[in-house]
Write a protein that binds this ligand. Structure first.
Ligand SMILES: CC(C)(COP(=O)(O)OP(=O)(O)OC[C@H]1O[C@@H](n2cnc3c(N)ncnc32)[C@H](O)[C@@H]1OP(=O)(O)O)[C@@H](O)C(=O)NCCC(=O)NCCS
Length: 139
């Protein structure tokens, strides 16, 4: 089902205006994020997407913040509403994991309100019993 799509890797391939519109208008965790803030986040991250081979249009985005050695944070995962349910999200997460694998990281984290099922298939679990991840909201 995803043969018409290709995985893209690298900030230079990302449609920044599109990503900003998706996240700032539709993502519950990034509503109202400015273009300047989003661009800064892209510049400081490893950036990935899925592109429609026929039109060249980007249909999904994700980024990873990592030290490149021990730890990574997967965030801003977004699939365009028109193409959801067709395997694009899975293709994206698989591509991200494959790109990070050679780094030999110890842990990858993410936060999600409702897409646990997508990530569980790739080995994401809740923290071990007795371990909490604490969050400080700073702005
Ligand atoms: C969540 C999201 C990335 C999934 O993308 P998608 O392209 O629709 O997903 P896929 O078609 O590749 O399939 C996802 C798989 O995970 C499962 N899944 C579990 N929870 C899900 C959820 N909340 N949304 C979508 N799929 C979910 C699906 O059932 C599917 O499994 P299946 O193939 O066995 O049926 C997409 O719906 C999205 O961008 N949502 C809005 C933003 C968001 O919530 N991002 C995640 C925050 S971490």
């Amino acid at each position: 089902m995803t043969t018409g799509y290709e995985f893209i890797n690298g900030a230079d391939l990302i449609d920044r205006a599109r990503v900003h519109a998706w996240l700032s208008e539709q993502a519950y965790w990034a509503k109202g994020r400015t273009r300047e803030k989003q661009d800064a986040a892209i510049d400081g991250s490893r950036n990935y997407g899925i592109r429609d081979r026929a039109t060249g249009e980007q249909v999904a985005y994700a980024r990873v913040v990592t030290d490149g050695a021990t730890f990574a944070w997967l965030c801003d995962v977004f699939v365009a509403p028109a193409v959801r349910g067709a395997g694009v999200g899975k293709m994206l997460v698989e591509g991200v994991i494959a790109d990070l694998e050679p780094l030999g990281l110890r842990r990858m984290l993410l936060a999600t309100a409702d897409a646990h099922g997508l990530y569980e298939r790739y080995g994401f679990t809740r923290p071990d019993a007795g371990v909490d991840y604490l969050v400080k909201t700073m702005s």
